[in-house]
Ligand binder design. Structure first.
Ligand SMILES: *Cc1c(COP(=O)(O)O)cnc(C)c1O
Length: 473
């Protein structure tokens, strides 16, 4: 009888081959164009219309990865990748991901795999110490798939705290009076989360930013005061440590002061990229005030050598979050849950099911040690600063902001059209990849330094490419 399964001997052979393939891929990654050069539909057109009726051999499948898939891959792990924010990875992270797939547990409850829950809480507690986060986050961390999900959970917990105790009729009336506060620079996921939570755009106030694109706390105070006076319910404030556009730093401490008082709005701190920097003592000042936040998140899947998806989300007091998200149908009842002595992470997130994501983070921290992570973060910041120095002393390019960490925002002095043409020329060359934003209506290039293997030579080369492009376009 044919079983159709891949037997474990075949798996051993194929698996070792795939590990070799991945190692070769990383070693030779610089030989490929960083940004995929395919056109829409190319990949689809190269694939057979119908699935195979009869199973195929592993070597044939792997060949097709090289032939049909790789051309359509943008090489995020290339040291010449400077676009968006990094989504870096590393050997220990890949191995953790592999082990997670190998064990393939579903950790919705403590009961469904105790280690999946306890390792997660444990590693997130390590990070509290590593990043200088407040002690009240200990035991209150959870891994979400993304910062977007973390924001949504924060908004739902905030809504629960503000109006969750009201009887149904009052609840709906009060819901319409909820107001959330962010800036024009807040990540789009906060607006998306608010919309998913049922708010309309008018319930989201945009607070003014200063010349560095950071929230002005006095404007926040003014908006909250005016809204309260008008009968609205300020229930949620998002402060960002390291905005996506330009790594602007909202002054968390002064924002927290504006939130304080009777029935304070929930303060969520989104440090998706920049949170990792706090592993270095000298960058901790950027998050000053985080000890007053109700919730906080950062993404190891951006800058901490841990592949997507892995967002660490902390709450100061888990009560409102659990109240917003707990469910207990009969088929999930079990003695551990009833004993109240365990965490059931299904109550800390939107989906029920969850992967064993703590493994990759645990592997990364154990492999590098805190000092290894600190070393690379410092190195990336140094590289970005070198690049910023070259821009500063150049007569063609100029900085739009002083870089706070590893992102440099700059443009060509001749303006938007020229700047955009340079961006396309560099990206089309396949030798580096960077993206843009708009700051004060100006087309702005972003050089984001954070890939695992990016070194001085790569940053120097992209600078040369930019100068050559400026002369050519
Ligand atoms: C990248 C980013 C996000 C979104 O991250 P996901 O994990 O992809 O949802 C949210 N906030 C900030 C500040 C970011 O830079």
């Amino acid at each position: 009888m044919k079983s159709y399964h891949m037997d474990w001997d075949e798996f051993r052979t194929a698996g070792k081959e795939l590990i070799d393939w991945i190692a070769d891929y990383h070693e030779q990654i610089e030989s490929r164009p960083v940004k995929s050069q395919v056109r829409p539909g190319d990949i689809h057109a190269a694939l057979p219309n119908d699935p195979p009726e009869t199973g195929e051999q592993w070597p044939v499948i792997l060949k097709d990865v090289e032939r049909h898939i790789l051309p359509g891959v943008t090489h995020w792990q290339s040291p010449n990748f400077f676009a968006f924010f990094p989504a870096n990875t590393s050997g220990p992270s890949i191995l953790g991901e592999l082990l997670s797939a190998g064990l393939a547990v579903q950790g919705m409850l403590w009961e469904t795999s105790p280690a999946c829950t306890e390792l997660e809480t444990h590693v997130l507690d390590w990070l509290v110490g590593m990043l200088g986060l407040p002690d009240r986050f200990r035991g209150n961390g959870v891994i979400q798939d993304s910062a977007s999900s973390a924001s949504l959970c924060a908004i739902l917990a905030a809504r629960e705290r503000a109006i969750g105790d009201l009887p149904a009729g009052d609840y709906h009336e009060a819901f319409g009076r909820l107001r959330a506060y962010a800036t024009s620079q807040t990540h789009s996921s906060v607006e998306k989360g608010a919309r998913i939570a049922g708010l309309n755009v008018e319930q989201i106030r945009r607070i003014d930013v200063d010349e560095n694109y950071a929230m002005i706390p006095e404007s926040l105070a003014e908006a909250i005061r005016a809204d309260r006076k008008a009968g609205y319910i300020p229930f949620f404030v998002c402060a960002t440590v390291g905005t996506t556009s330009s790594t602007a730093i909202d002054p968390v401490e002064r924002i927290a002061e504006q939130c304080a008082g009777d029935r304070p709005p929930w303060l969520h701190v989104d440090a998706a990229l920049a949170g990792t920097a706090a592993v270095c003592e000298e960058f901790r000042a950027l998050q000053r005030g985080v000890e007053r936040a109700d919730s906080y998140c950062f993404n190891p899947h951006k800058w901490m050598f841990t592949n997507f998806d892995c967002d660490c989300f902390y709450v100061a007091d888990r009560g409102a979050l659990l109240k917003a998200l707990s469910i207990l149908p009969e088929y999930l009842r079990n003695r551990a849950t009833e004993s109240d002595s365990v965490i059931d992470y299904r109550d800390w997130q939107i989906p029920l099911g969850r992967r064993f994501r703590a493994l990759k983070l645990w592997f990364v921290i154990r492999h590098y040690g805190v000092e290894g992570i600190r070393y690379h973060v410092r190195r990336h910041v140094e590289l970005a600063r070198s690049f910023a120095d070259w821009v500063r002393s150049d007569d063609e390019f100029e900085l739009l902001t002083e870089p706070s960490l590893n992102l440099v925002c700059f443009r060509h002095r001749d303006g938007d059209r020229k700047t955009e043409a340079i961006e396309h020329a560099v990206n089309d060359s396949g030798r580096a990849y960077l993206t843009h934003t708009k700051l004060g209506e100006r087309y702005t290039l972003r050089l984001s330094v954070g890939q695992t293997s990016t070194e001085y030579e790569h940053v120097e080369r992209v600078w040369r490419l930019l100068k050559e492009a400026a002369a050519a376009v």
